[in-house]
Design a protein around this ligand. Structure first.
Ligand SMILES: [Zn+2]
Length: 338
C-alpha cells in the first residue's frame, strides 16, 4: 500500500473553467488563445439559451474537437434572489429538462455548474439522475451570507468527494450510501472559513495572492494522491476587465512552471475516480483534509495567512486581506453574478 500511495502521490490537476453567459465570440476566442499558449484545455459551462446562437455553438464544438469540454450552466429560477432552497424541486426538474432539450441535440454534457455557485441536495439529485457525472457548483467552507448568493459552510476543503443522499454538502465515506455524481469544488483563495478571496477571476485577486493560493494547494500533494484545482472565468470577463487576459496568461505560465497538469473537469474527475477505486488506503488519503483540521494543518494555514499579510502589507497597504475582500465584493456587484 505504501508503494502504491507513493506511486500516485503528488499530482496536481488544474481545471480552467469558463461560464459562458453571453455569445461574444471575440471574448471566447481571446480566452481560448491564451489557454492554448499553455496547452490548457477549458471546460465551458454553457447557459442553455446559447444553444440558439449558432456562432457561439460552432466555436464551442470546434474547441471540443481540440480537447475542451462543454458542460451545462443553469441559473435556476430566482435562486440568486431567494436562494436555491426556496426553488421547488419541480421547478428545478422542469428547467433541467428544458435545458437538456436545447443542448442535447448538439452535445451530451457530463459536467454541471449551478449559477452563482448555488447547489442543493434536490438539484444535485436531479442532475445526477439526468446523467451528469460531475458537479462543480460549490466552494469549500464558503460563509459569506451577505456577500454571496449561497454559503457552503459544511463543505470541507477536499479536491473532490461523493456527496451523501443526506445532503449535497455531506461527504459520503466508504460503505455509506452516496449519490452517483462526483462533486469537484471550486478552489477557494484562503484557508480561512470566513474569507472568500477567490480564484474566481484572475484579476479580481492579485497575481501574488493567486500564487500563494496555488502554493497552498501545491503543498497538499505531499499528503494526497491527487489534488484538483478549479478556477472560474466568465465569457464576459475579457471585455469588462482589461487586464484579465494578461493576468491569466501570467498565472498559467506560473502554474505550468510548477508542474501542474491542465485537465478538463470530466478528465480530472475520471482520474480522481480511478485513484478512488484503487484501494481503501488511497480513499483515506483522498479524504484527508488539506488545511482544515489538526495541528499539522492549522500551522501551515496560519503561516500562509501571516505570509499573505506580510507580503501584501509590504507591497501595498491597500492589499491588506480585508481590503481585498471588500474589493472583491464591490467588483462582484458591478459585474454579473457567476
Ligand atoms: Zn453563471
Amino acid at each position: 500500500m505504501v508503494n502504491d500511495l507513493h506511486k500516485t502521490n503528488g499530482r496536481v490537476l488544474l481545471c480552467l473553467t469558463c461560464d459562458v453567459e453571453d455569445s461574444s465570440v471575440e471574448s471566447l476566442g481571446l480566452i481560448k488563445e491564451t489557454s492554448n499558449r499553455h496547452k490548457a484545455p477549458i471546460t465551458w459551462f454553457v447557459e442553455p439559451r446559447l444553444c440558439r446562437e449558432p456562432a457561439a455553438l460552432d466555436l464551442l464544438r470546434e474547441y471540443c474537437r481540440q480537447g475542451d469540454e462543454v458542460g451545462l450552466h443553469v441559473h435556476w429560477k430566482d435562486s440568486l434572489d431567494v436562494g436555491l432552497r426556496n426553488v421547488s424541486t419541480e421547478q428545478i426538474r422542469t428547467e433541467l429538462e428544458e435545458s437538456m432539450h436545447l443542448l442535447k441535440p448538439y452535445h451530451e454534457p457530463a459536467s454541471f455548474r449551478g449559477g452563482g455557485l448555488c447547489q442543493s441536495t434536490a438539484a444535485l439529485q436531479a442532475i445526477a439522475e439526468r446523467g451528469f457525472r460531475f458537479d462543480s457548483s460549490v466552494a469549500s467552507a464558503l460563509d459569506e451570507p451577505e456577500g454571496w448568493h449561497q454559503g457552503h459552510q459544511r463543505i470541507p476543503p477536499l479536491s473532490a468527494y461523493y456527496p451523501s443522499p443526506r445532503g449535497y454538502d455531506v461527504v459520503s465515506h466508504d460503505g455509506d450510501e452516496r449519490l452517483d455524481i462526483l462533486e469537484i469544488p471550486v478552489t477557494r483563495g484562503m484557508p480561512a472559513p470566513t474569507l472568500w478571496c477567490n480564484m474566481l477571476e484572475p484579476d479580481i485577486t492579485p497575481l501574488s495572492i493567486m500564487k500563494l493560493v496555488f502554493q497552498q494547494y501545491h503543498i497538499r500533494r505531499h499528503f494526497q494522491p491527487l489534488v484538483i484545482m478549479v478556477m472560474i472565468l466568465h465569457s464576459w470577463s475579457p471585455e469588462r476587465r482589461g487586464t484579465m487576459i494578461r493576468n491569466l496568461d501570467r498565472f498559467l505560465e506560473y502554474a505550468r512552471s510548477r508542474k501542474v497538469d491542465f485537465e478538463t473537469v470530466a478528465n480530472a474527475g475520471n482520474q480522481w475516480k480511478a485513484v478512488w477505486e484503487h484501494q481503501p488506503g488511497i480513499r483515506e488519503a483522498l479524504l484527508r483534509q488539506g488545511f482544515s483540521s489538526g495541528l499539522r494543518t492549522q500551522v501551515p494555514a496560519a503561516f500562509i495567512k501571516l505570509a499573505v499579510f506580510a507580503y501584501s502589507w509590504r507591497q501595498d497597504p491597500k492589499y491588506y486581506p480585508k481590503r481585498i475582500i471588500s474589493v472583491c465584493r464591490n467588483r462582484g456587484k458591478v459585474g454579473r453574478s457567476p
